[in-house]
Design a protein around this ligand. Structure first.
Ligand code: NOJ
Ligand code: CA
Length: 722
């Protein structure tokens, strides 16, 4: 690591509390585009501001902390000194959207003392990158502060205007909301919005929103505000001041209203501001990952990105039940359906996985407790080791092993986390004994310990414990209903995905996700890490399962394919039923071919809420995959293929919406075309309303090149002038 002194120490230690002149400091990103300004006023106020290419990203904004114990506001400071450094290093993620990540930033470490005379010291560390700014508070070891309780963090993000915002309501327990698009002055999350289908939500302020918050300014800046390395601290919501467009941090409280219990030395998560004048550069930003600690797991060969299927969607569409007795979750109806996780049915999925090259089969509803869990706030529900009588765990172990497939364990905790903590070791040992090396956890319902919240400090520590403990058993974990991600998968790469947003499953049993949903998620939830969105639904309308059902997936089939590229996850489900795939083997081929781990990612074009066009190169293979998705509007996009290798000819297979397709009336109509392309080609893609296109590009073999000489000759020799 290159560490060098940038500036001399600007202020000498031990400045007295007497009034002195305002002092300011400026720091530019390595490329000069991002500028951070700090201003320390003679009255003790400290503010920061951020510019991008001269435009205001964050106007002067306050910093500080309100402590509850000792009771004290840390908001007026004496400046003790500033240290500076530069870092430029490159690291390789265990898995990811790219194979190498450059971590290049300039840093200021600002040393402060409380001006009120408590003797308490605080540091704020700022890192300025080419793609934005991260900062965190640090309480060094000190004589005057040991144990303390945070009452509120006083961080502000003052926006320069009434930006367009892509937001979900602030909440202590859930992020499974559809997105709202309004200006900041129009944020109104009264009652937590219209989403009545979310089981446990805790609305607290109609002006509050969650992060990652995506913003677009009238002067063309794309701004994303979130946090990185959320450890031992609650998640941050933002309360919008609609007159000044200032976003005020609001931490998730615990059962008695406190925000965080810390002991010096302690640090907060990083507050992150990603900025660019190109939307695509927000999607490729690695700032949040760079702000997380390197992997704590040394030997990582057992961590494997994968595609999987599951005894899962059939429960969501109401064909079978998690519950052995056939009761349906949340339904008052007496209608019973078969138990899904029975040995014969699981074997059917294992056969399907083996035949089509899927490595995993998730099985939900295999264990006792499902008959008595939903909405009860009951402590001892599941023990995570007792199968229902029709699920033969030994036989399935053997069967899966013979077929070279891994069963993925499911632990629904029902929010009873004290119970899960008691069972974790036993449950993971059980998994190892029966050959499981991945688990999907879930936290549906209100949390026990009662009064704690999904996104509070107690649960943040729980998720980290799960990541650590599963790692100690060499188990990969995919958490549903967890807190939104903050890049911690760099530190715990076995934490291979989370849901923590409104997944595809909502389309099966609620008003669902509007067609724009998947064009917003990469700019919001996925900024913090991969999402188990569970794409790949081919039977779009739920009337297929029950003529009375009006629910449907709000995309075309082709768009479901494109999501494997646009919705990043190293754990990708092919979520639909085997029979629905077997009815369309030509479309299934794309899901079979597409990679789950990548060497390169290129965003060719994107606009949050409207469309995304992305290309990715498979890890360790000369294969490119492209995904294009649109909102409810049809649109044409041009994919410039200049990222392809010079001199190579690729076979492109284009899975697109049929000319008469649309998400509402004709969602399953698709067309598959083959074309030869090279780096001079521009592929015109026409997307239906709510539609998409998925494209695989694989270089021709020498033999194919001989056979297709004529077609190759017809390819463009150089880029057409635009
Ligand atoms: C909600 C999860 O998101 C879903 O995937 C799971 O099937 C149910 N909970 C039951 O645990
Ligand atoms: Ca969920």
């Amino acid at each position: 690591m290159l560490l060098k002194r940038l500036l001399p120490i600007l202020f000498l230690a031990g400045i007295s509390t007497t009034v002195f002149a305002d002092q300011s400091v400026t720091l530019h990103s390595p490329d000069g585009n991002v500028q951070l300004g700090l201003l320390h006023r003679s009255n003790g106020d400290l503010t920061y501001r951020v510019f991008y290419k001269g435009k205001t990203v964050v106007a002067p904004s306050g910093l500080g902390m309100r402590l509850k114990s000792p009771e004290l506001s840390l908001s007026k400071f004496d400046l003790l000194g500033i240290d500076s450094s530069v870092t430029d290093e490159t690291w390789k993620p265990v898995w990811g959207e790219v194979s190498q990540i450059r971590n290049n930033y300039k840093q200021l470490l600002v040393k402060l003392a409380d001006r009120s005379g408590s003797g308490i010291q605080l540091e704020i560390i700022f890192k300025v990158y080419n793609d934005g700014v991260g900062f965190r508070y640090s309480f060094p070891q000190q004589a005057k502060l040991n144990h303390f309780i945070i009452g509120e963090e006083l961080t502000q993000f003052a926006m320069s205007g009434d930006h367009k915002a892509f937001w979900i309501p602030g909440d202590y327990d859930t992020n499974e909301y559809p997105y709202y698009t309004t200006n900041l002055s129009g944020v109104d999350a009264t009652g937590g919005g219209a989403a009545q289908e979310i089981h446990a939500k805790t609305f607290f302020d109609k002006s509050a929103v969650q992060t990652p918050l995506m913003l677009k300014s009238a002067d063309g800046l794309y701004i994303n505000i979130h946090e990185a390395a959320l450890v031992n601290y609650p998640a941050m919501n933002l309360v919008v001041d609609k007159n000044t467009f200032t976003l005020n941090s609001h931490l998730v409280p615990d059962a008695v209203g406190n925000k965080a219990y810390l002991q010096a030395p302690a640090v907060t998560p990083w507050r992150t501001i990603v900025v660019s004048d190109k939307a695509g550069e927000v999607l490729t930003s690695k700032l949040i990952l760079n702000l997380n600690d390197p992997s704590k797991i040394e030997e990582t060969s057992w961590i494997k990105p994968m595609k999987y299927v599951g005894v899962w969607w059939e429960m969501h569409v109401g064909r079978s039940s998690w519950d052995y007795s056939g009761g349906q979750v949340g339904s008052q109806q007496a209608t019973k359906v078969p138990h899904g996780a029975n040995t014969a049915n699981v074997k059917r999925y294992i056969d399907f996985a083996a035949k089509h090259g899927f490595s995993g089969v998730l099985v939900e509803g295999w264990n006792t407790g499902w008959e008595d869990w939903f909405g009860q706030w009951k402590e001892d529900v599941f023990d995570f080791v007792t199968p229902y009588p029709d699920f033969d765990v030994k036989e399935l172990k053997q069967y899966a092993a013979n077929k070279g497939v891994k069963i993925i364990m499911h632990h629904e905790t029902s929010g009873s986390v004290t119970n899960y903590e008691r069972w974790m070791d036993t449950a993971y040992r059980f998994m190892k004994k029966f050959g499981y090396d991945a688990v999907k956890t879930g936290y549906v319902g209100r949390i026990i310990p009662r009064g704690e919240h999904h996104d509070g400090q107690w649960m943040i520590k729980h998720y980290e414990r799960v990541a650590q403990k599963t790692a100690s058993y060499k188990i990969m974990v995919n958490m549903h209903e967890s807190v939104r991600l903050t890049g911690l998968h760099r530190t715990y790469p076995n934490w291979i995905a989370s849901e923590a947003a409104r997944g595809n499953e909502f389309n099966a049993w609620s008003v669902g996700n509007p067609p724009e949903h998947e064009t917003i998620l990469p700019f919001t939830r996925l900024m913090g890490g991969p999402m188990d969105y569970t794409p790949g639904i081919f039977k779009i309308k739920m009337s297929h399962y029950n003529p009375e059902k009006k629910e449907q997936v709000h995309t075309t089939l082709a768009k479901q394919l494109a999501l494997y590229v646009t919705m990043y996850s190293p754990l990708q489900m092919a979520a639909d039923l085997p029979e629905n795939y077997e009815a369309k083997p030509d479309a299934l081929q794309f899901i079979k071919d597409v990679a789950a781990d990548w060497d390169e990612t290129k965003v060719l074009d994107a606009e949050p809420g409207d469309y995304i066009l992305m290309a990715r190169k498979a890890k360790g293979a000369d294969q490119w995959f492209m995904g294009a998705i649109t909102d409810e509007n049809s649109r044409g996009l041009g994919a410039d293929l200049s990222f392809l290798d010079e001199g190579k000819v690729y076979q492109a297979i284009i899975y697109r919406d049929a000319d008469n397709a649309d998400w509402k009336n004709n969602p399953e109509a698709y067309t598959i075309e083959k074309k030869l392309v090279n780096k001079n080609s521009v592929l015109g893609l026409k997307l239906a309303p709510g539609g998409g296109a998925a494209i695989s590009m694989i270089p021709l073999t020498a033999e194919q090149q001989l056979q297709m000489k004529k077609e190759i000759k017809a390819l463009p020799k150089s880029k057409k002038k635009k």
